[in-house]
Design a binder for this molecule. Structure first.
Ligand code: ATP
Length: 200
């Protein structure tokens, strides 16, 4: 079984690459979905987050309001570090469990998509790391269009994350995504063929 770790900054096109891989038979593990799962009431990270950030990040149904939380952590790096510390271990454990389940059921291809390529929960669990890179201008345009953020908000999100050079330093392979969707699809098909004919 080949496990591809897929990462890159906001708006680079990770989810789009993940979708293309899925269309080519990959089982997907989305770290963001797992992060939501572990922040549900009664899950381990929930209590710690509410205690630290206060009950005003809670929605009426007592769920954590991720938009409110994002607003806080994306304007204060220390808060982002705290949130990461609380959530990463739990997310990593769950990713590891899911990979084992796919291995047991004899799947051929798994892609783990994560915006933060956490140690022990990503880099150590995947066979190869694909980093998706696009220019800042392209990313800002995509984020504004998709999420309705302002130019400044989109830029701030990008700046709060790892730089392209940091992403590249952990990459086995860089997927440049400034072109069209068709170009991206063709690139991913080619890379997949290559991985299959030269297993690591
Ligand atoms: P995030 O971290 O915010 O989830 P991401 O890296 O997963 O971002 P995507 O969601 O894949 O990025 O892409 C962001 C937006 O850009 C989406 O609306 C997607 O459809 C669009 N997009 C991605 N790649 C291309 C492309 N090559 N051409 C046109 N639009 C694209």
């Amino acid at each position: 079984m080949l496990v591809i770790g897929l990462t890159g900054g906001i708006g680079s096109g990770k989810s789009t690459v993940a979708r293309i891989l899925k269309e080519n038979g990959a089982n997907l593990i989305l770290a963001d979905d797992i992060a939501k799962e572990i922040m549900q009431p009664h899950m381990p990270a929930y209590k710690k987050i509410i205690e630290h950030f206060g009950t005003n990040i809670m929605a009426e149904d007592e769920q954590i309001d991720r938009k409110k939380l994002a607003k806080i952590v994306f304007s204060d790096n220390e808060q982002l570090l705290y949130l990461n510390k609380v959530t990463h271990g739990a997310v990593a454990d769950r990713i590891s469990e899911l990979i084992s389940e796919f291995r047991k059921s004899q799947q051929n291809l798994v892609a783990v998509e994560a915006i933060v390529p956490i140690k022990h929960g990503f880099l150590d669990l995947v066979d190869t790391v694909w980093v998706v890179i696009a220019s800042e201008k392209t990313r800002i345009n995509r984020i504004m269009k998709r999420s309705g953020l302002t130019y400044e908000e989109a830029k701030k999100r990008i700046e709060s994350q790892m730089s392209d050079d940091e992403y590249k330093s952990i990459a086995d392979l860089v997927v440049y995504n400034d072109g069209t969707l068709k170009e991206l699809e063709e690139k991913v098909w080619g890379l997949l063929k290559n991985e299959e004919s030269n297993p690591s």
